[in-house]
Design a protein around this ligand. Sequence first.
Ligand code: AGP
Length: 598
Amino acid sequence: MCGIIGYIGKNNALKVITDGLKQLEYRGYDSAGIAIKNNNEIKIFKSVGKIKELEKKIDYTIQSDIGIGHTRWATHGSVNITNSHPHKVGSITLVHNGIIENYEQLKQELIKKNYQLKSDTDTEIACGYIDYLYQKDKNIITTLNKIKDIFKGSYAFAILVDNDNYLYATRKDSPLIIAKGENENYLASDVPAILKYTNQYYLLDNYEIAILEKDNIKILKDNKEIKKELLTFNYNIETSLKNGYDHFMLKEINEQDKLVESLINIYLQDKKTLLNKMPDFKKYNQIHIVACGSAYHAGLVGKYLIEKYANTKVYVEVASEYRYNKLFFDKKTLVIIISQSGETADSLASLRIAKENKIDTLAIVNVYGSSIAREASKTLYINAGCEIAVATTKAYTLQLLMLSFIALAMGIQKELIDDSSFEDIKKYYTKLPQLMHNEIKRDLKNIAKNIYKKNNIFFIGRGIDYALSLEGSLKLKEISYIHSEAYPAGELKHGTISLIEKNTPVIAIVTDENIYEKTISNIKEVASRGAYVILIISKHLDKDGDFYNEKIVIENTNSLINSLTAIIPLQLLAYNIALLKGCDIDKPRNLAKSVTVE
Ligand code: AGP
């Protein structure tokens, strides 16, 4: 949601922190700020907008060896300088990622103690409250130990204290890593922020407190120093560079075929390998898939696959609803959480509810060591590498692949897929990377040119194609800001078809052989009302006709993995349309890569 970073060491803190903020910008970019210590005086630089606006305000001649920085995705208080971080109240200067839910109550307490608050943020209130506790005994450690019983909600704090040369950090539910350098140490919301300097890091757990000096890192748990495993971040810096592409999103779309091939080689060498990597699904008779956004859309595809190949009932729920719904589960229920970042607050909360009810959980995650990955009973990593573009592509596609592995393994364990069927299916996986590569190279610029000025674009499909149309619609909305809706093809005529007029673009997806005639007749319904139909159809279902204006024919494989080729034209269409509109493709307005608040 926001990105935080801290530095203490031999180099210029302003430079290191600015570099780090640029890597964190995908987590939120409404505003940014840096605080450094210079001759024991705190200097704060802040700006609205992206990091490049902040750089214009910074005097890099100021030498400092300690500082903190922040990129903001506004949750409380509008986007302005006063509300941007770092905040300083009394002796405490801090940056924050998360939401302090009981900020109103804390604010009233501070006002009674004559604190003057300047901003509209929960963070400034947290800063003031920490100062209020600190003033009692001038001990920041006892203070930070107290907040865990006082602050409700989520936080990752990086803290500077007047007249003190240490850098402090603590967290609850918001991600935070502590990284180890040579005569310098760092903290950040995630490792890419400091990957340029080191790939050695500690994962801070809830309520632990880190104390950073240039040449030492101390981590306290319940006021006692603990030893934690020093981890190595395996992605190289190249994964966070564009490698010649104009945008991270285009780079990540182009990585999909190779990443799919790698994951197939890990999971699908043979049946034994696949089953060894999967939990024992035999005991489950219902699956809850819980996720947000594109991960939720992947879950909807997973539902079709698991119900078809493993004959097991699947319920797919948006995490922000699931966590507050009345839940019906029992010992034969498996809850699957899908999350690229592994930090999405609603998905993490849903995981915890399942665990509180002693329900088995399985996570499909990209970021190693993330909260969801660490807390699930079992985690399957999709190995997508760093996904920088806020609009997910490669992670979504690899989530689809992992869900196909789950459906396949569950079908085998439930004796619904025999050895010869497995070998037949495996052949399709072998062909998949090349077919995806062909799709990635397809030029959709002309189709994009025909529709990029439209204000409304519809997506339709049935069954698994409806699930795909939801993702295609979200991709388009996220990066081009064009209003779009995805509809079950059979549902359009129950009202929304009234919006179809001459040249209204309708993108129709047809890959499911079981119901394609029905979908074709729905397409004809919109075509007859003047819609501009872009048909995305599997080769084995292809037919000529006057019910489309553009046609994209994709090679079909097997219904377990057809969606991995069908999604690529939808990703590329969204990309090319956004490009023509001059949108900020990698960092769309109002969005953040990881939504770590409710
Ligand atoms: C995807 O393009 C979006 N940026 C968003 O919907 C995302 O999928 C959602 O926030 C879930 O994130 P997660 O996978 O990290 O949990």
